[in-house]
Design a protein around this ligand. Structure first.
Ligand SMILES: [Zn+2]
Length: 187
């Protein structure tokens, strides 16, 4: 059998390098919103992973688990071109939805999110403020439904690559506050 020669490197996966993050208990998160609108879905936390609730015939609901709504939006680091997807609880997403309702569009606004205490699951307070952003320099928003669908379809071992015939984007479902590749955040 001949090797399947291909003299051009494959294009990067659509969402390569765009990580899903939650707000760290120890550091505020600041970013420029690249999404136009908030994307939301009821979810379940099963086997240490967030999974979407699929509504009427959801197996997790039938197991008696309560769905919890989460909101998602893409942000760009204020210091670099790196984009992230932020997951927010319904409480934390409230001010984001309010801003969207008032201004019609989130893109270019500044998100500031922080935990109310150093406990990992303490409530997140968010603030969205208009920001003097040159919208032409902002990366395109992340196609959130497509991103989340890919994220949620990654096998439950959480690894892309080995054993997975369809390696997806490099998405991790958690953020570890002390890893060196944390997104830039204010101290
Ligand atoms: Zn459900």
């Amino acid at each position: 059998m001949d090797p399947a020669w291909n003299d051009r490197p494959p294009p990067p996966t659509e969402f390569a390098g765009i990580r899903l993050i939650r707000v760290s208990p120890t550091r505020d998160l600041v970013g420029i919103i690249t999404s136009h609108k908030l994307t939301g879905c009821p979810t379940h936390y099963v086997h240490r992973r967030t999974q979407p609730c699929t509504g009427a015939n959801c197996v997790h609901c039938l197991d008696g688990l309560q769905p919890r709504w989460h909101g998602y939006l893409s942000i760009r680091s204020p210091y670099s071109e790196t984009q992230y997807v932020v997951e927010l609880t319904s409480l934390a997403a409230g001010p984001v939805a309010d801003y969207q309702d008032r201004h019609g569009d989130l893109r270019g606004a500044r998100l500031h999110a922080k935990r109310s205490s150093p406990k990992p699951n303490s409530p997140v307070q968010t603030e969205v403020l208009p920001h003097d952003t040159d919208l032409r320099t902002l990366p395109n928003e992340v196609n959130m439904r497509k991103y989340l669908t890919m994220l949620w379809s990654v096998p439950s071992d959480g690894q892309n690559g080995q054993g997975n015939p369809h390696p997806g984007p490099n998405i991790r479902d958690t953020i570890h506050p002390s890893t060196p590749d944390d997104p830039p955040q204010t101290s």
